[in-house]
Write a protein that binds this ligand. Structure first.
Ligand code: PHE
Length: 383
């Protein structure tokens, strides 16, 4: 049996029981008129301590420990049950039983705490024993750039190699740069080609990167060659259109710049992105700010321009062997006039959608992938 103020208590740092009211030998209280039933309750209470100590010694988990604690100290536990009999004692006998109950509670608590600390220390030691510092660590997740950003950088790098500078302009643009300086006066029907998000009558989200052409020419003298990457906005949202997407604009102005320079530049560009075998074809088109204008197709990089992959029809080029990649043309003299350039200069401009180039380059079939931010998709482009 545990001696009064047993080791468990001292280990836990609780005051030795000698200091507690019930530490006095019980027999000393008895002569002062403690009856048989009071003595029974006191010894029942005292008996709980060694019983509990035994139980604790066998409890090997924190859960078992807690179950024991509830059984003894809980609101309906053993001590409470014994104390429920207090009213049946003569009033004079009650204090001694109450003091014993307090002392027993205190000792039981101390026993719990001590056993709990020992079990916890054991768990920790076990965890440490299992910890193997020689196992290689788990590498932290590394973020990566978005495929649109990567392709945009790649494209800019190619044009830098061809002697182009990088230019930029605001995404919230004024009507003048987005339309008017580009030969699209108010009421011009070509404005209908671009569903515009207006901020006010004269301020809008730019619908293309072409306003950077006007801004660049107003700030610089020819000769010049720039590419302008950035976000553009249109009032357009369905399976193949998002209200925001990315474009890269290109502009070269100088003496004697011709369609041949345009063709050579774009051919070098598409071969750098899609491979040296890639064919380029120009189809006549219309843009208000270029004349003549063309749409550029490249031979389909999925099927190699054959229109079929084995026996299956190519879904990227829909069996035509060609895919459209950008719009371009020779800068319209009206644009040169708007920015105050001399009539002798000539130049070309082009504009392409970066998501479109990325989809073609990687065979991505669904534009929504770019905006869903699923790391399983995005992670494939990590470098
Ligand atoms: N800005 C045009 C568009 O968004 C593309 C373009 C740019 C066409 C430059 C010709 C020259 O559709």
């Amino acid at each position: 049996m545990l001696p009064r103020g047993g080791t468990g208590l001292f280990r836990c740092g609780t005051p030795p029981l000698a200091a507690s009211p019930c530490a006095l030998p019980l027999t000393k209280a008895a002569p002062r008129g403690i009856g048989k039933s009071a003595m029974d309750l006191i010894s029942a209470l005292e008996g709980l301590v060694p019983e509990l100590e035994k139980g604790l010694g066998q409890a090997s988990s924190l859960e078992a420990l807690e179950a024991l604690r509830v059984d003894v100290l809980g609101r309906k536990g053993r001590i409470a049950q014994i104390m429920a009999q207090l009213p049946s004692l003569a009033p004079a006998e009650r204090p001694a039983v109450g003091q014993t109950a307090n002392s027993v509670k205190e000792r039981c608590n101390a026993l719990f705490e001590s056993r709990k600390a020992a079990l916890e220390a054991g768990r920790e030691a076990e965890a440490l024993r299992r910890f193997d510092p020689s196992i290689p660590g788990r590498a932290p997740w590394r973020g990566s750039l978005h495929p649109t950003t990567l392709v945009m950088e790649e494209i800019c790098q190619i044009f830098k190699g061809l002697g182009f500078d990088i230019a930029s302009g605001p995404e919230v643009e004024i009507d003048y740069y987005n339309f008017e300086a580009l030969n699209m006066p108010p009421e011009h029907p070509a404005r209908d080609m671009q569903d515009t998000l207006y901020i006010t009558d004269k301020v809008l989200m730019r619908t293309h990167t072409s306003p950077v052409q006007a801004r660049t020419m107003l700030n610089r003298k020819p000769p010049l060659a720039v590419v302008a990457p950035g976000k553009v906005y249109r009032r357009d949202s369905d399976l193949t259109h998002t209200p925001m997407f990315h474009q890269i604009e290109g502009l070269m102005v100088g003496d004697g710049i011709s369609m041949a320079h345009l063709r050579g530049t774009l051919t070098a560009f598409v071969r750098a992105v899609f491979g040296a075998e890639t064919q380029v074809r120009f189809r006549p088109s219309f843009f208000p700010f270029t004349e003549p204008s063309a749409e550029v197709d490249i031979s389909c990089c999925m099927c190699g321009g054959k229109g079929h992959i084995g026996d299956a029809p190519c879904r990227v080029c829909k069996t035509t062997g060609w895919v459209e990649i950008l719009g371009c043309g020779m800068v319209d003299p009206a644009v040169f006039e708007a920015v105050g350039y001399p009539a002798e200069v000539s130049g070309f401009a082009f504009g392409m959608g970066v998501e479109r180039v990325t989809m073609l380059k990687y065979g991505i079939g669904d534009l929504r992938m770019f905006f869903e931010n699923d790391v399983r998709f995005l992670g494939q482009f990590a470098r």
